[in-house]
Structures are given as structure tokens and as C-alpha cells.
Ligand binder design. Structure first.
Ligand SMILES: [Zn+2]
Length: 248
């Protein structure tokens, strides 16, 4: 039986059983295995890993673990004074776009409200989520570790909080999005972009009270939903202000 010694840093410990957190993990093995498969067998999904050091060298996911290896696994939050020569995470995305699993409907609405291109359906199958994330280079947000471990998923993140208000703050922090929010640019229903539209063109579709009190309207280019600054708008604005105050 061979043995390897694993050390997981910072938030990667969230995926380990309590007694294995923040300690050296002694991993016995007898079969040839890649470092990627072994890390996942210990519970840590590969999209959460930023770089890996084995003994004194950086390695990629295809590295085959050897007897007596000391393996150090780092998330994105840990910055090494000597920049790693090999990163296992994929190239940074030029645009932050998301696809969310079926349990994150409220988070999807919040991301759209803040202007982020966010795909969400309450009937996506796991295969479809992985496929969409892969083909469209979208960050898969999920609370399903097994889904994140699918090999198709390059960009993904396990949402730690179960509270929707905390989830949006967590995601904005994790992906450094506070400075690029663009509220009220996307349809909350379908993710389409909103465009200003003249009152005269939509007036016959509005309740009388709205006709009297509003002059500014936007319409979704996809589903044609009309938006105006009603009482609902004030509640949303308060929600946005509350979230943006959490910029750490
Ligand atoms: Zn729409």
C-alpha cells in the first residue's frame, strides 16, 4: 500500500469531514490514480481548486500520485508569494456569466436584478447544466458537489450559504463583482435585456393607476414584459442598496 499526504488550504476545508479539516490527511492507495480523481474522492470538487503543489513542484490535474508524495491543494483565495507556475483553473473569463442549478432560483433573480447574464430554469437536468456551463463558458453555481465534479464543468462554484440574501453577497465577493453591477438592465423573468420604450407604445397594456403615475418604461427584448418604477421598484432598490453595502 502506498501513501500520500494531503494538505487542503482555506475554504477547500469546507468540503472535508470535520475531523479532516485543517490537518494533514493520510491517504492510502494501491491503484494508479490522477491527482484530480483523488482530490475529488476526498470530497473536493475540481472547479474549486486553483493550484496544486506536489513536494516542491506545481502540477496539473493529470499528475499521477506517487508513494510518499506531499500534496498541497490551494483555492483561489490563497495567494502565494511565489506565483504558481502551473494553475489548474482555466483561463479567466472575459465576461462573468452564470448558469444556476434548480435550487438557486432566488439567487438567479438577484443576479439578474444586478445585471448579470444568468441562465436559470427550474427543470434543468444535471447533464444540461454541465453542458451549458461547458459550451457557453458560464460559471455553474450550485449546492450540489456531485454536479461540480462532472468533468465537463470547468467554471463552477459551490455556494456555501443557504440563505438567498447571503448567497448573493457571497457570489459578488467570490467573483469580485461589486464594481460591475448594473441594476435594472435585465428582465427578472427571462434574463433578456431591457430597453426604454415610449409610454405611448405600451399605455394600453398598463393598469390605469400606472398610466397616471409613471412616464418612464422599459420593455424586455425577449419576453416583452414591461417594467416601471412602481412600489415594487422601491423594494428592489432597497434590496440592492443593502447588498452593495456588504462590499468588504
Ligand atoms: Zn423577459
Amino acid at each position: 500500500m502506498a501513501v500520500a499526504y494531503f494538505h487542503f488550504y482555506a475554504e477547500l476545508n469546507d468540503f472535508l469531514p470535520r475531523h479532516k479539516r485543517q490537518v494533514q490527511i493520510i491517504h492510502n492507495f494501491s491503484e494508479r490514480a490522477s491527482i484530480k480523481d483523488t482530490i475529488e474522492s476526498l470530497g473536493v470538487p475540481h472547479p474549486e481548486v486553483d493550484y496544486i503543489k506536489v513536494n516542491d513542484s506545481y502540477v496539473d490535474f493529470s499528475y499521477i500520485i506517487q508513494d510518499e508524495d506531499n500534496i498541497y491543494v490551494y483555492p483561489i483565495s490563497v495567494i502565494d508569494i511565489h506565483p504558481p507556475t502551473i494553475l489548474v483553473r482555466p483561463q479567466p473569463l472575459s465576461e462573468m456569466r452564470f448558469v444556476l442549478d434548480i435550487h438557486l432560483g432566488k439567487l438567479a433573480t438577484s443576479l439578474r436584478l444586478l445585471g448579470f447574464d444568468t441562465l436559470y430554469r427550474n427543470d434543468y437536468a444535471d447533464e444540461e447544466l454541465a453542458e451549458v456551463s461547458h459550451t457557453q463558458s458560464r460559471i455553474l453555481l450550485t449546492r450540489d458537489k456531485g454536479l461540480l465534479m462532472r468533468s465537463l464543468v470547468n467554471y463552477g462554484y459551490y455556494v456555501r450559504s443557504t440563505n438567498p440574501q447571503q448567497q448573493i453577497i457571497e457570489v459578488l465577493r467570490r467573483f469580485d463583482l461589486f464594481n460591475i453591477v448594473s441594476p435594472f438592465h435585465r428582465c427578472l423573468r427571462c434574463n433578456g435585456l431591457l430597453q426604454p420604450i415610449a409610454k405611448a407604445l405600451v399605455i394600453d397594456q398598463l393598469p390605469e393607476s400606472v398610466q397616471l403615475q409613471n412616464d418612464e418604461f422599459h420593455r424586455c427584448q425577449e419576453c416583452q414584459q414591461i417594467y416601471w418604477k412602481g412600489t415594487h421598484y422601491e423594494r428592489l432598490q432597497q434590496f440592492i442598496d443593502g447588498v452593495l453595502q456588504q462590499k468588504a
